[in-house]
Ligand binder design. Structure first.
Ligand code: FAD
Length: 307
């Protein structure tokens, strides 16, 4: 079970320095990351839109240690929104934000993150789009859902993310499955203790389906964040049973993963949104992708061995 070891390394500064400096890392990172700058990323957005895909954009950054870094995160999103404006994609290009990069873990973090993220949500609304709050480790869930509720008072399209590996999530789904809400359901990507989360993949998958059923039978707009073929076909079946049309829910996948499946779902008329991450602070995001799949780790190790 290498996944938990890699997830532990994703929080280690020493490993961050070693892996970030390794010359072979970059080409592997580039499989999952659209670029380092807005200018490198906008063509990817344009190309995705031309292929009938919607996008959600994540400016990489998390676990900051200083309030000035939170302002940098805010400004990076404002720069992104300016660059998206001329494309006129509206909600076909939305944003995903990690509140830790807006200061959530600093002293007074709840208010700080809300203060810093609000201008981003306002600017997104001005160009006809919206923001989804990514979910990070379990210690942040209450604060993130509270910020989500506060933002929704002014910006009802603000999205939330729930993770099926957490025991609490079925209740959160019931609370969130109300009219007008946008909820992304994922399995969960962090290393969580057995006191709060299922440790076994089969349990996480079963919980995902229970949560999916709640969201599909509810009044909100479910966003299915998964590459899992079984989850995708169960989604289609539950949506049919709930009487949902193809535009009453959407699939979401990460950039660089299962591209043929993304194209297939879009060609079938599904709303298919690509989660596109970009920026220089890619270490945590990259390590979580390695932890999710042994084949990704093998690809990385092979490229080390062939140097
Ligand atoms: P798995 O059971 O992990 O995999 C099923 C199949 O999908 C695999 O057999 C393989 O074919 C394919 N696959 C899965 N992962 C990979 C990969 N990395 N590389 C190549 N193939 C792969 N997690 C959070 O904790 N918070 C978030 O806010 C969050 N946002 C997300 C947004 C989107 C759009 C997506 C797609 C995922 C997000 N995640 C988030 C990550 C999520 O929690 C899972 O870790 C990740 O999606 C892997 O789970 P899975 O459902 O794809 O299925």
């Amino acid at each position: 079970m290498l996944g938990p070891v890699i997830l532990a390394a994703s929080r280690s500064d020493k490993m961050r320095r070693v892996i970030s400096a390794a010359p072979v890392t970059k080409p592997v990172v580039n499989r999952f990351i659209a670029g380092e700058t807005v200018d490198e990323t906008v063509p990817v957005v344009r190309d995705s839109a031309a292929r009938g895909l919607e996008v959600t954009l994540d400016v990489l950054g998390e676990d900051i240690t200083d309030a000035s870094e939170a302002l940098r995160a805010r400004d990076a999103y404002l720069e992104l929104i300016e660059a998206l404006k001329p494309l006129g994609l509206g909600e076909r290009a939305e944003m995903s934000v990690k509140l830790s990069s807006f200061g959530q873990a600093l002293p007074g973090g709840h208010d700080l993150a809300l203060k810093n993220v609000t201008p981003v949500v306002e600017a997104a609304a001005e160009i006809g789009t919206t923001v989804t709050l990514d979910m990070e480790d379990h210690t942040t869930v209450d604060s993130t859902l509270a910020i989500h509720a506060e933002l929704r008072e002014r910006f009802p399209r603000t999205g939330a993310v729930v993770q099926s590996y957490l025991f609490r999530t079925e209740d959160d789904c019931r609370m969130l499955a109300e009219a007008g809400s946008r909820v992304r359901l994922v399995k969960g990507a962090y290393k969580e203790p057995a006191s709060v989360a299922y440790q076994n993949k089969a349990e996480v998958d079963k919980a995902y389906i229970r949560c999916l059923r709640i969201l599909m039978e509810g009044e909100g707009y479910p966003m299915i964040g998964s590459h899992d073929p079984r989850i995708i076909s169960i989604t289609q079946e539950l949506a049919r049973r709930a009487g949902r049309k193809l535009d009453d829910y959407e699939f979401q996948m990460l950039y660089g993963i299962r591209e043929a499946e993304q194209a297939r779902l879009a060609a079938e008329g599904h709303r298919m949104r690509l989660y596109i991450a970009y920026g220089t602070d890619w270490y945590g995001y990259f390590m979580r992708r390695l932890a999710e799949r042994p084949a990704n780790l093998a690809f990385f190790l092979r490229s080390l061995a062939t140097r």
